[in-house]
Design a protein around this ligand. Structure first.
Ligand SMILES: Cc1ncc(COP(=O)(O)O)c(C=O)c1O
Length: 393
């Protein structure tokens, strides 16, 4: 097989919901992936903020081989399995949370959080969910409804009832909407798909106070910004504000599908047997990889804290060198963006020609979400390619 033959086969067999770049990735090692024609790329996409340990990590390999040796990849939630239970305990220890529900994706983790909030509110007539402009929470009906971007709703009406939208980083806009019928506020502490926009500290602490005042749950969606990406195990730990519910996915399963809805305090006791489920939730192979990631998380987060500063300094240099094309640098740790006045897709294509994978966020942002193992030398190389690509445009 080659890039061309795989892409041809995809044209015949895939639905057209993705605007894919014309390469087909076959293998990887460390920070690099290689396509079917043998070309290698330095990867600053990481499967969209998934592959925290890069490619070919020896501990991941050992963990998966040991699960294969045991012979059971999946057993359902009719029974316990030690890998999932241990992963839950590790999350609770790292996050200071109390209870975990495992599922398979970020959207599913958010669906679980919304159901918990509505069930909790049902006794007192609370069902409204407040969400924010520029947010992104996934593609299922509940998740697209709380995604405050019109483009994700277009053509799919009607959305879920009882969702209202406030302005991100504007507490007054939340005060204007919150009332005794509010069941929850859902927010990304660092917005991802909406354009890499960090929440302000006063904004998140203000949301916490409003939720306490009105008896609503505060849901932090850390599907993208959680699990070490911002330089702490969880993004909310930068803010000193605890949610009632925290949603995770992406990096959690080490490249296998895995999501989690994590509860603090009483929110962990809302679901009762029969209220919610996921056949593959806590899948044994995915959980074994989660154990590997969670074991390395404190050290990884420390290294991201240091190298993230280096990445943002390099991106600032790029902004200074290309003031006509780069309007801003935003982000935290290894979740950074360059706001561009040229189409991100043109820059991405140029970078790919030169052997670097980067992706976009929103309409104008070039996004950098490398594996958490990226070194200063990797950052230097990526920055040089982006700089050169911008010069050529
Ligand atoms: C903040 C956030 N929430 C939820 C999701 C949805 O995750 P998934 O694609 O695993 O359903 C994403 C995906 O990009 C995300 O960035």
């Amino acid at each position: 097989m080659s890039n061309k033959s795989t892409i041809g086969l995809a044209a015949e067999n895939y639905m057209k919901n993705y605007a894919q770049f014309p390469v087909s990735i076959k293998s990887g090692k460390g920070m690099y992936v290689t396509d079917e024609d043998g070309k290698s790329y330095l990867d600053f996409v990481a499967g969209i903020a998934v592959n925290a340990l890069g490619y070919g990590d020896e501990d991941e390999k050992k963990a998966l081989l040991s699960v294969l040796d045991d012979g059971v990849l999946h057993i359902s939630n009719l029974y316990y399995n030690p890998h999932a239970v241990h992963a839950a305990e590790m999350i609770n220890r790292l996050a200071g949370s109390d209870k975990v529900f495992f599922c398979n994706s970020g959207a599913e983790a958010n669906e679980a959080a919304l159901k918990i909030a509505r069930k909790h509110g049902s006794a007192s007539g609370k069902s409204t969910i407040i969400s924010f402009g520029h947010s992104f929470h996934g593609r299922t009906y509940g998740a697209i409804t709380v995604t405050g971007q019109e483009k994700y709703h277009k053509g799919f009406a009607p959305m879920l009832p009882g969702v209202v939208y406030a302005e991100f980083n504007n507490l007054d806009s939340v005060k204007a909407l919150i009332d005794d019928h509010t069941a929850a506020i859902i927010v990304e502490p660092l917005q991802g798909e909406g354009g890499i926009i960090p929440a302000e500290k006063d904004f998140l602490s203000g949301l916490r106070e409003l939720c306490d005042q009105y008896g609503a749950y505060l849901i932090f969606d850390e599907v993208q910004c959680g699990l070490g990406r911002t330089g702490k195990p969880f993004c909310f730990q930068h803010y000193g504000v605890k949610p009632d519910l925290l949603t995770l996915a992406k990096a959690l399963g080490g490249g296998l599908p895995m999501g989690a809805c994590v509860a603090f305090g009483a929110a962990g006791d809302v679901f009762q047997p029969g209220d919610h489920a996921a056949t593959f939730g806590g899948n044994i192979a995915a959980s074994a990889l989660a154990e590997v990631l969670l074991g390395k998380l404190p050290a990884l987060a420390d290294s991201v804290a240091e190298n993230g500063k280096y990445l943002s300094a390099k991106l600032e240099e790029i902004r200074e060198r290309h003031p006509d094309k780069v309007t801003a640098v935003r982000g935290m740790g290894f979740m950074q963006g360059l706001d561009l006045s040229v189409p991100p897709r043109d820059v991405i294509s140029k970078c790919m020609e030169k052997g670097l994978l980067v992706c976009s966020a929103g309409y104008t942002v070039l996004r950098f979400v490398p594996p958490l193992i990226a070194s200063k030398a990797d950052i230097d190389k990526a920055a040089a390619i982006v700089d050169e690509s911008l010069s050529e445009l």
